[in-house]
Design a protein around this ligand. Sequence first.
Ligand code: NAP
Ligand code: MG
Length: 505
Amino acid sequence: MSTETMVQQFPLFINGKWTPVESGETFDIINPATSEVSAKVSKASEKEVELAVQNARSTFESGVWSNKTPEERAQVLMQFSKKIIEHAQEIVYLEAISSGGTLRKLAGADIQQLVLCLQQTVKQALEYKYVETLPVVTALGPSRNQLIREPLGVVAAITPWNFPLVLAMWKIAPALMMGNSIIVKPASNTPLGTLKLAELAVEAGLPPGVFNVITGPGSTVGEALVTHKEVDKVAFTGSTEVGRSIMKQASGTVKKVTLELGGKAPAIVLPDADLEVTIPGILFGVFFHSGQVCESGTRLLVHDSIYEEVIAKLAEMTKKIKVGNPMDLATGMGPVVSKQQMDTILSYIESGISEGARLVCGGKRAAGPGLDQGYYIEPTIFADVQNDMKIAQEEIFGPVLSVIRYSTEEEAIRIANDTIYGLSAGIWSRDVVKANKLAAKIKAGTIWINDWHMFRMDAPFGGYKQSGVGRELGRNALDEYTEVKHVHTALTNENDQRAGLKLIF
Ligand code: NAP
Ligand code: MG
């Protein structure tokens, strides 16, 4: 049997069932560890977008989910989280053969996050104020004034390939919990796990049509969702470039958008930093998941007094990161997601060299037994980087650290903020009082002090500046998936008590 016939094929998931595309067209999913075809997925067209939107819309209007109580929805979502645990092995497998994420990342972080995100969203939604009665004011005459939270309707989620399931769940959980219907358009490199999630949700008792997945090119399927008049909101994570285009396209129907875009996070090392903690922390901050994380600490600002020492120690410790097959538990860094991404990263490395940065370690494709067919890149460190170099200004989304020298705190803050991005930042210091003072001066949505990549499902995540619009996670996320309605009820039959009438009579 040829591999061609052995690979699994995935239709779309619409209205609670596997749905083939009319054209019969498919596209290949490539395993980044081997460059082999690992699955085939249906290529949707605008026809299927229409089908998915109509189903999501009629399901929403039917009230089968949107009219359920928060307690009833909570029960289904908790069941959904149990299904994820039961099927964790299959989910991890589907993610590994498409995203190249390591077993340690997928099993050790992603699965927990999916479950925690559902549990935490449920918890917060059960404490949420769906109806709030405002205090009485006399100016309007006797009245009762209520603020009522209602679901938006149909949400389209467009998701990236770096954390395909986690970043989808950040949208799915609040959208579903607040009563919306959702259509997810996963990244074309990594749609497999998301398709599986939709199936599990229906098995958990979610009514058909509430959670749909359509696969196909962002430029056609994505755009059709963003411009569709029956889609009420777009929740997007991905590049700033596509984020800009989504904002523009969504304006035609004045859709709500939340955007979680790129980053170029500064990590500031103060002279008093505890290097035993700081060195491994910096490397985890930038090389986790081969650097394919939007909030990675990619610009390292190191004080003059310890500059060469920090660089030497970083280079030394980088040798301890094992680059290899993602399915091997010894592997600390797997491949990058695609050949295209690998080529982009290598061209950024070239630009760093040609702009005069000093290559300290790495800088090329990783070689060795079993690596030749995959998209592996050595963990790479550049020193003597100037903040106006391309490698310091643009998001590389690969295992590349740019080290920049500074001499005063004011200079460090100025460099830290000299970027179009503002997703995250970090400070390494023994003096946490000072670190907190500096944190106040950095324009970024998340700041880590002596740590990195730490997420709480009850803390909002999102960007300042061109890193995004809105926040995911936490209570804010629930607001982002609702409309608020103000209902004013006059509590009098006496016309002389009504504030408005005397304006014209
Ligand atoms: P991307 O183009 O922004 O893709 C993200 C999602 O948007 C995918 O589902 C994509 O679908 C879809 N999309 C693409 N063009 C679209 C359009 N015109 N309208 C609507 N949806 C559209 O990201 P990428 O090309 O995969 O990666 C490029 C760079 O983006 C990376 O190198 C990195 O710098 C950044 N990135 C950031 C994050 C993050 O977490 N903030 C995540 C991933 C990538 P297709 O997959 O079908 O194109
Ligand atoms: Mg793209």
